[in-house]
Design a protein. Structure first.
Length: 224
């Protein structure tokens, strides 16, 4: 607990960065798992997906430790409530990555249409890109605070936020393409496989959604 208190004394975002480092490792491991899935390397995929689950647990523990250490007596440049809400949203990125990993572990789909597998991988890489940018955003927010909210540092932060929002829009388009593709290939897919694909897509889309929510919370903190 004392470690987190010392970090908060330096900046309200130092502990959030520590948590974000684990979230970043979680989504990077998921990306490896997804690539292994795409290539049919299911043994590697399973090991990596299990590691995603472990890392999400680590992120949860850090989140709880930070929440327990965040005293209302600490003087910070932003409100305690904003820090806690942001922490919750950032943690949801790891939760969404874990959801995807669980669906990857549900089964080995065998021969899927290559166009669907390619779309899933593209969705995953882009959605995880948004999640990686959340780490950049919280690191940059710390620089904004240290600079006394300088216009230059705020401008850099807005650039990251806009990039996250742009990626999230791309994911929405890919999600629509994937759903259309599943229904067009309905004659070649059994019901279980279609459900499997759509749920992987749903959880991948959720990663970028949570990344966008985190970015929006940072925007609100800068505007207060």
């Amino acid at each position: 607990m004392q470690v987190w208190t010392k970090l908060f004394a330096k900046s309200p975002f130092k502990p959030l960065i520590k948590h974000a480092e684990v979230v970043l490792e979680t989504v990077e491991t998921l990306e490896e798992a997804l690539r292994a899935w795409h290539d049919g390397n299911y043994e590697d995929m399973e090991k990596l997906a299990v590691e995603v689950d472990r890392l999400e647990d680590v992120a949860d523990r850090i989140k709880e430790e930070i929440r327990d250490s965040l005293s209302s007596r600490l003087m910070m440049a932003v409100s305690r409530g904003d820090v806690l809400v942001y922490l919750h949203m950032q943690d949801k990125v790891a939760d969404a990555a874990e959801d995807t990993a669980k669906w990857l572990l549900v089964g080995r789909p065998g021969e899927l249409p290559p166009e669907l597998k390619d779309l899933i991988l593209e969705m995953g890489v882009k959605s995880i890109r948004a999640a990686k940018l959340v780490y950049d955003a919280i690191v940059q927010m710390d620089r904004v605070i240290e600079s006394g909210f300088s216009e230059e540092e705020i401008g850099k932060e807005y650039g990251i936020i806009h990039e996250i929002e742009g990626v999230e829009k791309e994911i929405d388009e890919l999600d629509t393409r994937l759903m259309r593709g599943v229904f067009e290939l309905a004659g070649r897919l059994d019901w279980g496989t279609g459900l499997y694909i759509l749920n992987i897509a749903r959880t991948l889309s959720n990663i970028s959604d949570k990344a966008k929510d985190s970015a929006e919370r940072i925007r609100l903190m800068m505007n207060r």
